[in-house]
Write a protein that binds this ligand. Structure first.
Ligand code: ZN
Length: 143
């Protein structure tokens, strides 16, 4: 194979941190599945053996040896990103519902003076942002 003639080759995969790597140091006469499992993991999987429909670049390796620090960093990064986007979206929906006078929980239209949502039963003081906005408009327009 090409990598055996050119010498050492290494590949990394993962974003933002590398979480998989492969490194080939051609020093053994063994090859393929004759290699010990640790060496197979370290070398990665040759792209020449992948099915053609994947259109993998030839003479490369699919890194499969985990880089645990990169793994942990990527889990924290992607977890924070996913939960942050989800929390921002939920907060936006709740703010929009509050602004138009709907239940922040289920979106049901809450009538004026209601103490709880008639649809989902969300208890407590309903947010009267819409009522306050109407009252402010009335007082500012009155002489
Ligand atoms: Zn509700």
């Amino acid at each position: 194979m090409e990598w055996a003639r050119t010498g050492e080759s290494s590949f990394r995969a993962g974003w933002p941190l590398a979480m998989y790597r492969s490194r080939v140091v051609p020093r053994s006469s063994l090859s393929g599945f004759e290699l010990p499992i640790g060496e197979l993991l370290r070398r990665g999987y040759p792209t020449d053996r992948l099915p053609g429909w994947l259109r993998a670049e030839p003479n490369r390796r699919v890194p499969i040896e985990p880089v645990w620090a990169g793994f942990a960093g990527n889990v924290v990064f992607w977890g924070a990103l996913i939960f942050g986007v989800r929390a921002a979206a939920r907060s936006g929906v709740r703010a929009m519902r509050r602004r138009v006078g709907r239940c922040v929980c289920c979106g049901y239209c809450i009538g004026d003076g209601a103490r709880s949502c008639p649809e989902c039963g969300l208890d407590g003081e309903p947010d009267h942002t819409a009522e306050r906005a109407r009252a402010a408009t009335r007082t500012s327009s009155s002489p």
